[in-house]
Design a protein around this ligand. Structure first.
Ligand code: URA
Ligand code: SF4
Length: 177
């Protein structure tokens, strides 16, 4: 574990621990308030995130920003990261070994931020953080406490683009945090 953000970020930017390093343009380290009370964890970078090196800047991110505005969350007040920091080709889900290879970095980020609450965006975040036995449909909107952190699983913002009816759940979940 690194005690220092700059050191951790430097190691991530040069990481070649899994095959996702081969196709990336940028490592998407994470962004926001490093002392945030609330942390958001997504799945992995898409094309826009890979191009810019910043999480949630594409279509799904814009929708998430709108939801943040709607419920009074300031993007710069929270910390945002992903399960994997390099873009899976064609936006496929990260493989288990890729998520595992990348998890130490995310754990290190959580250790440094010390958030009170973590919002898990979608199934990939939920299963990799809380365990494979959890399903997003059954657990979304339910707060789960583990080792002093409150986890809130909710829909991935990209799911809202496919199914408008999920927006209301997403808004309500964000409001409840
Ligand atoms: N989807 C994610 O899971 N993460 C991002 O950063 C962008 C889209
Ligand atoms: Fe390293 Fe994570 Fe990128 Fe894999 S996805 S190369 S583990 S930073």
């Amino acid at each position: 574990m690194y005690q220092d953000w700059e050191e951790l970020e430097e190691v991530c930017k040069n990481c070649r621990k899994c095959r996702l390093c081969t196709n990336r343009t940028n490592v998407v380290f994470g962004t926001g308030n490093r002392n945030a009370e609330i942390m958001f964890i997504g799945e992995g970078p898409g094309a826009d995130e890979d191009a810019q090196g910043i999480p949630f800047v594409g279509k799904a991110g814009k929708l998430m920003n709108m939801a943040f505005e709607g419920v009074g969350i300031k993007r710069e007040e929270v910390y945002i990261a992903n399960i994997v920091k390099c873009r899976p080709p064609g936006n496929r889900n990260p493989e288990d070994d890729e998520a595992e290879a990348c998890m130490d970095y995310l754990r290190n980020q959580v250790m440094l931020v010390k958030p009170k609450k973590i919002v898990l965006l979608g199934s990939v975040a939920l299963k990799n953080i809380l365990g494979k036995e959890y399903g997003i449909t059954a657990t979304r909107g339910k707060k789960i406490e583990k080792k002093g952190i409150i986890y809130l699983p909710t829909w991935h913002p990209a799911a809202l683009l496919r199914d408008e009816s999920k927006k209301i759940d997403f808004w309500n979940d964000l409001k409840s945090i």
